[in-house]
Design a protein around this ligand. Structure first.
Ligand code: F6R
Length: 252
């Protein structure tokens, strides 16, 4: 499996600890140089254990997030930040409320924009990432459609932060947490493929047998906007952090 940039672990816990260690090391290195660390963050079930490990590192090992600036990948639209279904809420519950990151350094796309405001807002989000110095580390999960962020099949490589319409598979996957597919917002604001590819280092985590097919397709098929995660093949510093199940269909 050496031709793929994979790190394969016996458990999702081990993979999550590996990524948390990488984040910790970069924050500490940047702190020692007096520069901030810019993190691109994801929601969903995949990064939750990694966030728990970062919280543990903050509480037990003294890891500080005072000099961290974060940008989340995406948010449903329409979505109120205080709603328990929002990614804003998810990030506060699973990470931000338990660490010392400054509120003003947290960026989660807004799910409350009027149609007139969307494009200015998205361009500003993109510019804010650049003004912060660009994403040092981007954390990704992967959807069954091969989406990264909410860049669904058909998303071009040059896409930037924008409003998108969610794919039916993505809506179906989100249905249980919304109590039915009819309650899932059909749109989202997401960083684009190009926004993600500008990150200096990308860790895509995928755990469990449910991710094995899309992981294999992402790494082995031709690059295509039909599977947006295949664009990661064009990024020279993307590490696929997998467990045995998620890596089980990769050719040896
Ligand atoms: C989340 C995101 C999505 C998820 C993907 C996997 O911010 O952008 O791309 O990473 O849908 O979701 P889980 O981890 O729940 O399988």
């Amino acid at each position: 499996m050496e031709k793929y940039n994979t790190e394969i672990f016996g458990s999702s816990l081990a993979g999550s600890k590996y990524v948390a260690e990488k984040i910790k090391a970069l924050i500490e290195l940047n702190d020692s140089k007096g520069v901030s660390t810019v993190l691109g963050l994801a929601t969903g079930s995949t990064p939750v254990i990694m966030y728990k490990e970062l919280i543990r590192m903050h509480k037990e090992d003294g890891l500080s997030f005072q000099n961290v600036i974060s940008f989340n990948l995406d948010e449903y639209s329409p979505m109120q930040p205080e709603s328990e279904d929002s990614y804003w809420y998810f990030m506060h519950e699973n990470l931000f409320n338990h660490i010392d990151i400054k509120a003003e350094n947290i960026n989660v796309p807004k799910g409350t924009l009027s149609d007139d405001d969307v494009s200015t807002y998205c361009n500003d989000y993109e510019a804010k990432i650049d003004a912060a110095g660009g994403l040092d580390i981007q954390i990704l999960g992967i959807g069954r459609t091969g989406h990264i962020g909410f860049n669904e099949p058909g998303s071009p490589e040059e896409s930037i932060t924008r409003q998108v319409t969610l794919n039916q598979i993505t809506l179906d996957d989100a249905a249980p947490s919304f109590g039915g597919v009819e309650n899932v917002p059909t749109k989202a604001i997401t960083m684009g493929v190009a926004t993600v590819l500008k990150a200096k280092t990308i860790y895509l985590m995928a755990y469990g047998s449910g991710k094995s097919e899309i992981v294999s397709e992402t790494l082995t098929s031709d690059i295509t906007s039909q599977v947006p995660a295949t664009f990661l093949q064009n990024h020279n510093n993307t590490i696929f952090v997998l467990d045995n199940e998620a890596s089980s269909l990769l050719p040896t």
